[in-house]
Write a protein that binds this ligand. Structure first.
Ligand code: 5GP
Ligand code: ZN
Length: 115
């Protein structure tokens, strides 16, 4: 079975693109949890942080340089939250590493729910 985010990167699955460069693609989440909810993915597929190696660790600098660019482009001047759900207990449902950018209101609330 194919990977949804690889299919979004290659254009097979449509998405609302926010930013793209040679290594990174960013698009709006289909089910936003804040007024601004952007997903940032690397074009090189890894499942999540568990697959990090010295050879592929550039993925993180590529992603976070893009996060900075996107924050500037989208004028997230009051701040934004960055989340990686790593593994099933964290709620990861798409097994292609992705960073959530959440913003667009004055207070994003507590970092984690006390459920
Ligand atoms: P996770 O829970 O794995 O960290 O986050 C997956 C995210 O992908 C969820 O916030 C979900 O709304 C989003 N998502 C799932 N399918 C699609 C899709 O087809 N298009 C877009 N734009 N977002 C999706
Ligand atoms: Zn993928």
């Amino acid at each position: 079975m194919g990977c949804l985010f690889c299919n979004i990167i290659n254009g097979e699955t449509p998405s609302d693109r926010v930013y793209e460069n040679d290594s990174v693609y960013a698009f709006r989440d289909i089910n936003p949890q804040a007024p601004v909810h952007i997903l940032v993915v690397h074009k090189e597929h890894t499942k999540n942080i568990d697959e990090t190696t010295p050879e592929n660790s550039h993925i993180y600098s590529d992603i976070f340089m893009a996060v900075k660019e996107i924050a500037s482009q989208e004028k997230l001047d009051n701040g934004y939250r960055v989340i990686i759900n790593n593994g099933s207990a964290a709620g990861q449902v798409i097994w292609h590493l992705h960073v959530h950018i959440l913003s667009g209101k004055d207070n994003l609330g507590p970092m984690i729910s006390n459920g």
